[in-house]
Design a protein around this ligand. Structure first.
Ligand code: HEM
Length: 408
């Protein structure tokens, strides 16, 4: 690690232009995409990492899992924050291991993320969204759409997927948040201990009384025959809970806010009964909003040339998938929101390569159901406060808005 002063290389993440367009990536990383697409920045723990901003360079890194590792055991790995370093970063789950073990574990769980399984869950999400919108309309104004809609949907989906009792949602919701963003290692560790203990007990329950859920299937198909350790299932369950929760809740709120600020785009979604159009609009919102803005974290385990730079072993790499999705060599007028964009599915909001998100069909489905229903059922929905009163979470793993007060 070199010891240049911080001003010279810049701190990651740099600030967004919240007063301008809060949905755009920080101006500094957009400048780097134009002028120095592979460059170094300093992260929270003082370490330096390479920041990759162009689409082709980013895909080159993410598809090269022989020379770039996702495993934080390698020195130089650029963790996102102290909470990750203390908890998820120490796990041996698919998120943080390399091949061949990564693919072996991912194959075990893939049947729970198929088109067929997502279709089964879809009808439950549709019923839930109908009910939540009725409750919203019957309740007081203004109401916070984050707690009244955005958080509830992924919570129910995760419960359904894993077979977690919905009644326990407050318990795990609070702890899942602490795992991603607790300000101290102690608080992250306490939340982790609670969750691990919770899943231990749930696995006992599923061992005795299996149901149609991922944990039951993993217990009976993988753990009992000896293909997968019970302790690993505890950690995988915890990963899925965390990975599927905040990401999707944050994306629901932010996409609703986006449309509230873009009346023409909102009208297109409200007036459409075409599921293919809604699906494309949702994909375009994933591309445009790039909520997983902390980047994909890797560390080089061999010397690799990316662009005009040479990355050496044990140097950390942050692949900015949100900035890659604003690359004009791939997306025409990338800074415009265009629901008719023909290639918006080429976005990398769900990552790329072996670690690409297994939950993407689920997440897309949840967003599609929300946008197909919300604007028709509540056509007068409006922000209850000026944009400048909203608080955005800029330095977390996901870019999100804290609360979303609305009227109708
Ligand atoms: C808005 C919704 C979501 C977004 C934007 C999102 C984004 C991502 C991204 C970018 C990655 C790649 C990480 C990397 O390359 O280092 C990822 C991985 C992952 N996601 Fe998601 N995700 C979402 C929802 C979900 C859901 C609903 C689940 C599960 C229920 C899920 C489970 C996972 C898991 C387990 C991984 C690790 C996969 C691996 O390393 O092989 N995600 N996600």
């Amino acid at each position: 690690m070199t010891s240049q002063p911080e001003v010279e290389i810049g701190y990651f993440p740099p600030p967004r232009d919240i007063g301008g367009c809060p949905f755009d990536p920080p101006p500094e990383v957009m400048r780097r995409q134009r002028e120095e697409p592979v460059s170094r920045m300093r992260i929270w723990d003082g370490q330096e990492a390479w920041v990759i901003t162009r689409y082709s360079d980013g895909r080159a890194v993410l598809s090269d899992d022989k020379r770039f590792s996702a495993d934080p055991v390698h020195s130089g790995f650029p963790e996102k924050n102290v909470a990750y370093k203390t908890t998820l970063g120490k796990d041996r789950t698919i998120r943080a291991i390399d091949n061949p073990e990564h693919d072996r574990q991912k194959r075990m769980m893939i049947q729970d993320f198929t088109v067929k399984r997502v279709a089964q869950i879809r009808s439950k999400v549709e019923d839930l969204v109908d009910r939540l919108l009725e409750e919203l309309l019957a309740g007081e104004q203004p109401a916070d759409l984050v707690s009244r809609l955005a958080v509830t949907i992924p919570t129910m989906v995760i419960c359904e997927l894993l077979g977690v009792p919905y009644g326990d949602r407050e318990f795990f919701g609070r702890r899942a948040k602490a795992l991603l963003a607790a300000p101290t290692a102690e608080r992250a560790a306490a939340a982790e201990a609670d969750l691990l203990d919770y899943f231990e007990r749930l696995i006992d329950l599923k061992t005795d009384s299996p149901a149609n859920d991922l944990i039951s299937r993993m217990v009976h198909q993988q753990v009992r025959p000896g293909h997968f350790a019970r302790a690993d299932l505890v950690r995988l369950s915890r990963l899925l809970l965390v990975a599927g929760h905040d990401t999707t809740a944050g994306m629901i709120s932010l996409s609703v806010l986006l449309l509230l600020t873009r009346p023409e785009a909102l009208a297109e979604v409200r007036d459409s009964d075409d599921p293919a159009f809604i699906a494309n609009a949702v994909d375009e919102m994933f591309r445009y909003l790039g909520t997983t803005h902390a980047g994909r974290r890797r560390v080089a385990i061999a010397e690799v040339a990316i662009g005009d730079k040479v990355i050496r072993p044990n140097e950390g790499v942050i692949v900015l998938n949100n900035v890659m999705d604003r690359d004009e060599t791939v997306f025409e007028n990338p800074n415009e929101l265009d629901f008719h964009r023909p290639n918006t599915r080429a976005n990398v909001a769900f990552g790329y390569g072996i670690h690409q998100c297994p939950g993407q069909l689920l997440a897309r489905m949840e967003l599609q159901v929300v946008h197909a229903k919300l604007w028709k059922r509540v056509p007068t929905l409006a922000l209850a406060v000026p944009m400048s009163d909203l608080t955005f979470v800029e330095d977390g793993s996901n870019f999100e808005v804290e609360t979303l007060p609305v009227t109708w």
